[in-house]
Design a protein around this ligand. Structure first.
Ligand code: PLP
Length: 217
């Protein structure tokens, strides 16, 4: 697939579900992809990218930023508090705030720097033990805590369990967001972004469908 195909599928899905295209951000997930593939998508004009490791992002994006204007980087992978400072320097948005210690660290950095990335609270909708994210039962309290810290909270993020119907998880995320007065929904990946759009996604995170399969070898 390609950026063009994904953009046209995104457009059709938005139309089919009465969604405004301007309310849906396509995050091209470039993690692990070879630089020439990323370069090609940059040359097609796309500017919003997702990475899941601070170090990988730091390694490759400064060079692209010299070459292309207006690059907007989103952190979509787990963040250790000891990498928070580096993260806030490079990412406009952090999608994976999931525990008080991290929220407190980000709030301290925001005070110190006078600015903060926008944040999403990650919810472990499938309650998977190995997965990051705040449990659904703890979500309301944690969201209140993030708000009390004055972090610019945009919304919620989830990664559904691989073996389950993603739309159930998207619906749960949308429900938690609605009852907390949050509009942002970071959900949907290569295999399920159309269903996420149907359920209100404002940020879809699409990697392999744009760049091709990732090669971890
Ligand atoms: C890798 C990743 C994606 C993109 O996955 P694809 O299936 O390649 O689209 C989206 N979200 C998160 C959190 C990821 O780690």
């Amino acid at each position: 697939m390609s950026l063009t195909e994904i953009t046209s599928r995104l457009t059709s899905a938005a139309q089919a579900h009465g969604r405004d295209l301007g309310d849906i951000t396509l995050i091209a997930v470039s993690k692990v992809q070879p630089p020439e593939r990323v370069q090609a998508v940059l040359e097609q004009g796309h500017r919003v990218y997702g990475e899941n490791r601070v170090q990988e992002a730091q390694g490759r994006w400064p060079a692209f930023q010299e070459q292309f204007n207006g690059i907007d980087l989103h952190l979509i992978g787990p963040l250790q508090t000891n990498k928070a400072r580096q993260a806030v320097e490079i990412f406009s948005t952090i999608h994976t705030v999931d525990r008080p210690k991290l929220a407190t660290t980000l709030a301290r950095l925001a005070q110190e720097r006078g600015e903060s990335p926008e944040v999403f609270v990650q919810i472990n909708t499938g309650e998977e033990p190995q997965k990051a994210g705040c449990l659904p039962s703890e979500a309301d309290a944690f969201i209140a805590e993030v708000r009390a810290l004055d972090l610019p909270l945009k919304g919620l993020m989830c990664i559904p369990p691989v073996e389950e119907e993603p739309s159930l998880h998207f619906a749960l995320l949308a429900k938690i967001a609605a009852r907390n007065g949050l509009k942002g929904l970071s959900m949907g990946m290569s295999s399920d972004f159309e269903s996420a759009i149907a359920q209100g996604a404002t940020h879809i995170r699409v990697g392999s469908a744009i760049f091709g399969e990732r090669d971890y070898s």
